[in-house]
Ligand binder design. Sequence first.
Ligand code: NDP
Length: 334
Amino acid sequence: YTRIVLNERPPGDIDSKTFRSEKVPYSKVKVGDDQVLVQVTWLSLDPAMRGWLRDERSYLPPVQIGETMRAGGLGVIVDKGRNVKSKIGQLVSGTFGWTEYAVVNEKDTEAIDAPQGLLEIDYLNNLGMAGLTAYFGLKDIGQVKAGETLVVSGAAGAVGSMVCQLGLRAGAKVYGIAGSQDKCEWLEKEIGVTKAINYKGPSFRQDFRDIGYLDVYFDNVGGDILDMCLSRLNRNARIVLCGAISAYNSVGKPKGIQNYLTLISQRAKIQGFIVFDYVKRYPEAIAEISQGLRDGSIKRKFHIVEGLENAPSALPLLFSGGNTGKLVVKVAEP
Ligand code: NDP
């Protein structure tokens, strides 16, 4: 079977030398007593994966050269050790990596039984990391309230489009920032944001000023857009530091933030978070989001790339803005 490993650490953008494909003989597969062999069907591509390529301290250890590229995904149990209770054929989610088959501990998998009205790949999106990040970031850190102004960057992405919808459900005025006219149209027409603005468009600075002052800024991108938002804070504003994708490929330290003194004058708060901190509360989020998906009040969009071999060239789409909604790779027919 095929797996894709880290070939070299990219100094800047991911390129054709970053990863390499390897064939692994099936005879090498050994399933321990507490382990399962999973045939991978879907993989999630996430901006965080760029961070895992850096040899730096973070919330997870870096992927080592020659190691299978780490990735979350879905798959079917095709073999199991003698202590395993899960059944053959069970669909599970887990950190399987860029591979067609993975041996993992049963306890590191989560059984998925997508009920009617839900798609299996919802568990890589709104019911997976993206949705949970949006949910806890906005509710816990952002504490958005009805009538407030919420600004979301990376708004047409997996996390951002979910944040926009949760903001609207909470009764906020929601302004999305995204990188193309098509994305802005999708945000306004499908997602229903108050207004979407294109940060690559000629009138961005003026469009941004027209938003006025903000109560919550949900930051997916960092850099200049974060800096601009810091200059437009209402009293007691909250800034949710979710991601800073504009800096993920950068060499050296990201550019400095100029407008942070506004945090003082406006008694504002800025706070980072990692979705895994909320594991105990995932069921609460999943109950609410799956209800919204089933009654159609929460919208989702997938950008599907076919074939494991295309994962390395698909990952950079996250940095060029080539995706709208959740980027996933279909590895095998489920
Ligand atoms: P997205 O689906 O949002 O894809 C990334 C998007 O970022 C692209 O489509 C692109 O859209 C935008 N982008 C890329 N480069 C830039 C740039 N230089 N400036 C502005 N926008 C840019 O990815 P996710 O929804 O999976 O992730 C969104 C963010 O959430 C990431 O920063 C990620 O690291 C973070 N995250 C944080 C978690 C946590 O626990 N804190 C957990 C999960 C995700 P456009 O065309 O608009 O530029």
